[in-house]
Design a protein around this ligand. Structure first.
Ligand code: KG4
Ligand code: ZN
Length: 334
């Protein structure tokens, strides 16, 4: 069978990225230009600045990607691009670049949902087995997805309020440990002991999640201690926070695996880089005879290799779009 080379473009938030992936599994080149240093000063992503930086970076990233692969556009079979969900001003930059390439070089344009990309980051590590349950944990999403077969997604549960990553970032802001909160709190949690008692978030029988109550509990605890003139032990608080988050994620994932009678689990999204969550999910899988696969750390946070990998499976399914395709701030994978 002929090898298929997909060039992927990702610009949904604050990373400008381009990658070439062969047959949905082998990364030929992968370039990511992060704007994190710029947005850190503001304690979060500033959409207007993000779009302007994407405009500055997009052609550099595409050129560098082709150079690293030592390939020309003639050797590319299709262009995959994130068209949502994300910041519309940011998405449009990648989308316009992809449309331009598709038009000039007469290549198919394959629209990819950012979350489908996060899920297919797993395929860059090990070929995905179907059916699988996927625990999607990112800055904007927390979902349990039933991946019945290739590129066939069904959301079986999601967060009723904050996403896990968002909760990490907000807690980090309140206890003043910097941005983005996820990696910082993860490191602190490893160095602390879980001495604070926090409520297990939405500990019910559904597949849904809720993290706003936990976020409020941490904020209240921090404020109360401050008012009493006590200093909180931030590392211990991070440890307790990470423990309840990973407990509830593991508990609901286990329930989904059991009730859907699925023997394979995947993790996806930026928060899938979390050491505590990886450990807890791994233990849960081993105890229940479930095979599991996690994306490599470098493919957990936003990148274009995951978009090219997902794009390969979308391309195989015949999914393509015209040059009039728009960007969407919200978009479901179903
Ligand atoms: O997947 P992503 O790029 O977001 C969306 O696509 O929405 O992930 C970004 C999120 C941020 O909230 C960041 O704090 C979190 O992933 N994150 C982590 C870790 N590394 C990144 N959260 C917890 N632990 C980590 N090690
Ligand atoms: Zn993402």
């Amino acid at each position: 069978m002929k090898d298929i080379y997909i060039l992927g473009i990702e610009s949904s938030c604050d990373e400008t990225a381009c990658s070439i992936v062969k047959n949905g599994i082998e990364v030929i080149s992968n370039i990511v230009l992060s704007q994190i240093d710029i947005h850190t000063k503001f304690g979060g992503v500033v959409p207007e600045i993000a779009s302007r930086k994407h405009v500055e970076n997009i052609t550099l990233v595409i050129d560098e990607c082709l150079k690293e692969a030592d390939m020309s556009m003639d050797e590319i079979d299709a262009i995959a691009v994130t068209y949502g969900p994300g910041l519309v001003g940011s998405l449009l930059v990648g989308l316009e670049a992809a449309k331009t390439l598709a038009f000039i070089y007469n290549k198919p344009l394959v629209p990819v949902n950012h979350i489908a990309g996060h899920i297919y980051a797993n395929n860059l590590n090990k070929k995905i087995t179907y059916p699988s349950i996927v625990l999607v944990i990112s800055g904007g999403h927390t979902e349990l997805v039933y991946l019945k077969e290739e590129y066939d997604f069904k959301i079986i549960g999601s967060t009723l309020d904050d996403a896990v990553g968002e909760c990490y970032d907000k807690v980090a802001r309140v206890i003043e440990v910097g941005y983005p909160g996820g990696p910082v709190l993860d490191k602190m949690a490893r160095e602390g002991t879980c001495e604070y008692s926090l409520p297990l978030p939405l500990n019910d029988n559904s597949y849904n999640f809720s993290f706003s109550g936990l976020k409020s509990a941490v904020i209240n605890l921090a404020h109360n201690e401050k008012q009493r003139g006590n200093e909180i032990n931030k590392k211990n608080l991070a440890c307790s926070f990470q423990e309840v988050v990973s407990d509830v994620l593991a508990k609901k994932t286990k329930k989904a695996l059991k009730e859907y009678n699925i023997k394979n689990l995947l993790l996806a999204g930026g928060v899938a880089a979390n050491s505590g969550i990886r450990e807890k999910i791994k233990n849960m899988c081993e105890e229940n005879d479930i095979s599991y696969s996690f994306p490599d750390l470098k493919y957990c946070t936003d990148n274009a290799a995951m978009i090219a990998a997902a794009g390969y499976f979308a391309y195989k399914k015949g999914i393509k779009s015209g040059l009039d395709i728009n960007a969407f701030s919200t978009l479901t994978i179903e």
